[in-house]
Design a protein around this ligand. Structure first.
Ligand code: NAD
Length: 290
């Protein structure tokens, strides 16, 4: 993109963490901002903070797992601002646990938000982004979309899916020859956000079920609890979301597809790719080994 000044930017998961930082980064560049989130109170307070800066802002309570809700977000955006230039499919949730201990509701919740949320965003917004004079779509995946982190299978599945969709879209736009829609995928490492408490937004009908799939308790098993505690501790020392957002803004200006907050994690990705090239069975070189 050449400029964000006066452009319209839609961010999902905008009431917290990376999404909130993205929304403020776009506002700093002069964009009009549409905040979308399922958490009504946090959404409203984010809107008030942004209004105080004088940014034209619209907040739309949105559940990205629901196609109708994302369609309504798109309609509200067009009605308020007349078009859309930037879409960040950023809302995502995750939680730890070994594959053998996952319940179907664990898979469903994580994949509904983190993968279907992106699909719904693309489905409803792409026609309008393609009509715009200049536009860019970015989806938030993770390094877990580039390597299979043990204990995070539903999250890995969703994030590999997000990377695949965005890479496909990038190829399709490049083949169209000079298509004006920029495409990026954000693959963050550990960032200091509220993702460790993602369960706060888990719908009741997708909470863990007693007795399903070998799990005797509706609570997460001990291994999942200790994994989640370790993730929460790591997040405390993670990168500031504002730093990630600033990398995203630069990448959009520079038409950069891959956005990595922690490029050093590519060592693990390169190791995986090399093993694949050699048809060797996968191993990990990092500490994600238990
Ligand atoms: N924090 C990290 O270390 C990290 C690392 C890699 C990737 N990510 C990804 O970054 C993205 C943002 O997460 P974050 O770390 O800022 O977490 P966060 O919990 O601080 O923010 C996520 C936001 O998404 C919203 N959300 C949850 N379910 C939703 C739904 N159904 N519809 C609409 N909004 C919903 C939440 O209310 C919250 O405001 C996610 O896609 C996450 O997977 C985060």
């Amino acid at each position: 993109m050449e400029t964000m000044d006066g452009r319209v930017a839609v961010v999902t998961g905008a009431a917290s963490g990376i999404g909130k930082a993205l929304a403020f980064a776009f506002a700093n560049e002069g964009a009009k901002v549409v905040l979308a989130d399922v958490e009504a109170e946090a959404l409203e307070s984010t809107q008030l903070e942004m209004q105080a800066l004088g940014t034209p802002v619209l907040a739309v309570p949105t559940d990205v797992t629901d196609a109708n809700s994302v369609e309504a977000l798109c309609e509200a955006t067009l009605e308020e601002f007349g078009g859309v230039n930037i879409l960040c499919n950023n809302a995502g949730v995750g939680g730890g646990g070994l594959v053998k201990n996952q319940q179907l509701v664990d898979w469903k919740w994580v994949i509904d938000v983190s993968l279907w949320g992106v699909i719904h965003g693309l489905h409803h917004f792409l026609p309008h982004l393609l009509e715009a004079e200049e536009s860019h779509v970015m989806s938030t995946a993770s390094v877990a979309g580039l390597m299979a982190v043990p204990g995070l299978a539903p999250y890995n599945a969703a994030k590999f899916g997000v990377v695949a969709i965005m890479e496909t879209l990038h190829h399709e736009m490049a083949r169209d020859g000079g298509a004006k829609l920029g495409v990026s995928v954000l693959c963050p490492g550990v960032v200091r956000t509220n993702i460790a408490t993602a369960q706060r937004n888990r719908p009741d009908h997708l909470r863990r079920q007693r007795g399903e799939l070998g799990s005797v308790s509706a609570k997460a098993p001990e291994e999942a609890r200790s994994r989640n505690a370790a993730i929460a501790a790591a997040l405390e020392n993670g990168m500031d979301p504002e730093e990630v957002a600033s990398k995203v803004v630069s990448a959009m200006y520079e038409e950069q597809f891959w956005i990595l907050s922690h490029p050093e994690l590519l060592d693990e990705v390169n190791h995986r790719n090399q093993q694949l090239a050699n048809l060797e069975n996968p191993t990990l070189i990092s500490s994600f080994t238990d």
